[in-house]
Structures are given as C-alpha cells and as structure tokens.
Design a protein around this ligand. Structure first.
Ligand code: PEP
Length: 263
C-alpha cells in the first residue's frame, strides 16, 4: 500500500489543511515536551515567527529513564489545544500507548509514533484506525525496509495519511546522539509514495547541529523538517541541549525561505 510500485505519484498528506509532500518543505516546530501553558505558547510563537506551519510538542514522553519527566499527559494535550486556538497552528503530538490513541486523537491534528514505538504493531494498527494523519519516526535500529513495513501496518487499517520521519539511527559514532541517515530520504522517497521529513534535533541531539542538518535535509529533498524550539532551553525538562532559541530562528527561517534555490 505504501509502495511506489502501484502508486507512482508521490503523495501529499494534509494536516489541518497544511500540506506535507512534494513541492514544499513544511516546517514543524515547537517544544520537545509541553511543560507549562506559558512555555508552550512562547515556543509556538517562536516556531510561527520562524515560518512553522505546524506545532510539535509532546504530552506523553517516552523517556529512556523512568525517573525523567514523563510528560503532562492529558493536561498537556489541553495546553496544546489552547495554544492551537491562540496561534492557529495545527498540533502534532506523540502517542505511546494503543489505549490512548482515541484520547490523543481527540486533541491532535496529527499523531506521532516515536522511534521507540516504531515497531509496536498494536500501536501502529491503532493509529491506523484513528482517522488522523500519522507521523511515523524511523526506529533507531530499523532498516528502511522495516520502517516501510511499519508504515504498511498503518496503511492496512485504511489510513494512507502517513508521513515518514528520518530521525537518526544508532551507529558506532558517539559524537552525536544518533547518526542522521540522509540517504534514507531519497531511498524512502523512491521506494514509497509517502512524504519523508527529517528531525535534525533528535538526530544530532545537539543545538549547534540543528541548522547544518536542516540544510542537509532540505538539500537532499526532504518534504519537511521537525525541530525543537524552547524559550529557555537551560530550564527545559526534556532535551534542552538540542533546542533552538530565539537567536537561531532568523537563520532557520532563511534556510526554509531559500529552499527552492537549494534544490
Ligand atoms: C520526539 O520527537 O519528541 C521524540 C521523542 O523523538 P524520537 O522518537 O525520534 O526520539
């Protein structure tokens, strides 16, 4: 269903009216985690000023350590819905448990499946039946074939509004948190008709790499990028070191504005 063999035209997925697909580079930005209404609104305003047309923000955080901030849950979803009301930005947010899909879908415009759940087949089937577009991160240990098969689980439930997101894979390299596999973008686009975006924040895990990796993503033909922004990264409850700050936004906006010239 997701293969380009039977569907040669590349697809565009619409999220609350915002297109993700060929001919455009969609910027999705926002805080890694929803922490407070003020922090989320400030991050959303920063995102919008940089040219973002979709707001990201996690209310359910799949953290490596059980002692780390796990997200605000439904209270976080309510904050996201309020911030959408204020800014007009449709909301992309992660769901980590099949039992929460209905609840998260009642607040979100797009459901995100994270790298740690990329082969959680019950969750993939549940988001497939949610009636919402889905952003499927590549599993950090998944081959491109396994990633596309995960998308197939969603599509099999009748949901073809799936956007693939390359977010870095595990390699021997320790200088970065993950290794951004730029070749995965054109490879996945050749094998599948689904849009492919890149997450330069979670791949590098480092603030200073987000803009160079964004340029790489755009240059290699990604259909969008999803980046973390935070008004005060030093106080962030989740992934502060990779968040863009106000001072970076003009440069980010410039990369996005110049994208046709980069192709
Ligand atoms: C995220 O985008 O908030 C996230 C946790 O990403 P990943 O699943 O790629 O680590």
């Amino acid at each position: 269903l997701v293969s380009r063999e039977n569907h040669p035209e590349r697809s565009t997925v619409r999220v609350g009216g915002v297109p993700i697909g060929p001919g455009t580079v969609t910027l999705i930005a926002g805080p890694c985690a929803v922490e407070t209404p003020e922090q989320t609104l400030q991050a959303a305003e920063m995102a919008k000023a940089a040219g973002a047309t979709l707001l990201r923000g996690g209310a359910y955080k799949p953290r490596t350590s059980p002692y780390a901030f796990q997200g605000l849950g439904e209270a976080g979803l309510r904050i996201l819905a309020d911030v959408r009301e204020e800014t007009g930005l449709p909301v992309v947010t992660e769901v980590v448990d099949a039992h929460d899909v209905e609840l998260v879908a009642s607040y979100a415009d797009m459901l995100q499946v994270g790298t740690r759940n990329a082969q959680n087949f019950a969750l993939l089937q549940a988001v497939g039946g949610s009636g919402r577009p889905v952003m499927l991160k590549r599993g950090m240990n998944a081959t491109i074939e396994e990633w596309l098969m995960a998308a197939e689980y969603i599509a099999q439930r009748g949901n073809l509004d799936v956007v693939l997101c390359e977010r870095g894979i595990r390699t021997f390299e320790t200088a970065t948190r993950n290794t951004l596999d730029v070749s995965a973008v054109p490879v996945a686009q050749r094998l599948s008709h689904l849009p492919v975006i890149v997450d330069p924040s979670h791949s590098g895990g480092r603030h200073d790499l987000v803009l160079p990796l964004t340029r790489a993503a755009v240059a290699v033909g990604a259909d969008g990028v999803i980046v973390d922004v935070h008004p005060h990264p030093e106080q962030a409850l989740c992934d502060g070191p990779q968040a863009l700050v106000d001072g970076d936004l003009a440069e980010l906006a410039d990369v996005m504005r110049r994208f046709p010239a980069l192709l």
